[in-house]
Design a protein around this ligand. Sequence first.
Ligand code: NAD
Length: 261
Amino acid sequence: MDFTGKVALITGGGGGIGRATALGFALRGAKVMIVDANVESGRASVDIIIQRGGDAAFVQADVTRSVSVRDYVEKTLATYERIDCFFNNAGIAGVVRPIQEYDEEVFDQVISVNLKGVFLGLRHVLPVMLAQKSGAIVNTASVAGLFGAPGMPAYVASKHGVLGLTKVASTDVAAHGVRVNAVCPGPVETRMMRSLESQRSPNDPQAVHAAYAAGIPTGRYAVPDEVAGAVLYLCSGLSHDVTGTHIVIDGGRSGSGGTAP
Ligand code: NAD
C-alpha cells in the first residue's frame, strides 16, 4: 500500500489506535494531520512520525464542537491542501455502571464524543472529498457496535450509531468517488482498555485482562498496529469497491459467538 502524495487526517491521533494508524500512513508516504484534544499526546505522535522521516502536523480540537471540527478541517487544507483519507477515530469509554445507575451527564458525554464527533467529522470532511471527487473515510466503531457489553450503555449505543452513520454516509456519496467504512476492534492494548479493566476491578485489573484474553480465540488482545492494518486497507486502492461495511478485528471472538467485553 503506497500513500505517497496522499493526505491523511486522523482524530484521536494521540491515542493508541490513532497513533499506530498515523505512523502506518506516514511510513507509506502520506502527509498526516493529527487531531486530538490532548496536546501532549498529539504532539508526541507528530514527533514519532518526524523521527521516522515522515511528514506530520498537529491541531488541537474537541470533536464534539462544530467550530473545532471546522477548524481542524480548515487547518488541514491550509497545511496540506487536500484530504484523501480520514480516520474518524476519537472516542471515550465512559464509566462502567448498569443502565439503571448510569448518569445522564456521562451518557451525554459519551454520545457526544463517540457519535456526534463522528457525525461532525463526516459533516465537515465529506464536502471536501466530494469536491475532490475522491476520498476514503474509516469510522471507528467497535465489537460493541455489534453486541452488547455489560455496564456500557452509552458506549454500546454510540458504537451501534457509528455503524448506522457509516451505512447512511456511504450510500449518500458512493456515486461520487467517496467511500465510507468502519472498523470494529475487540479489546486492543491501549489506555482505554486499561481504564476499563481498572473500573471493572480496581484492585486487580490484571485479572480482568486475563479473563478478557481467555475469551478471545487467539488468547490475547489485539495491538494497535493490527487495527491500523485494516484502516490502511480500507483507505487504499486495494479496497476500491468496498464501501458501507466494516471489518472486525477481534481475534475471532465474534466468530466464536462471544460478546463485547
Ligand atoms: P485512547 O484513549 O488511547 O485514544 C483515544 C484518543 O481520543 C485520545 O488521544 C484522546 O485524547 C482522544 N479524544 C478523546 N476525546 C476527544 C475529543 N472530544 N476530541 C478530540 N480527541 C479526543 O484509546 P484507543 O483505544 O486508541 O481508542 C481509539 C478508538 O478506538 C475509540 O473510538 C475507541 O472507542 C475505539 N475502540 C477501542 C478499543 C480498545 O480496546 N482500545 C476497542 C474498540 C474500539
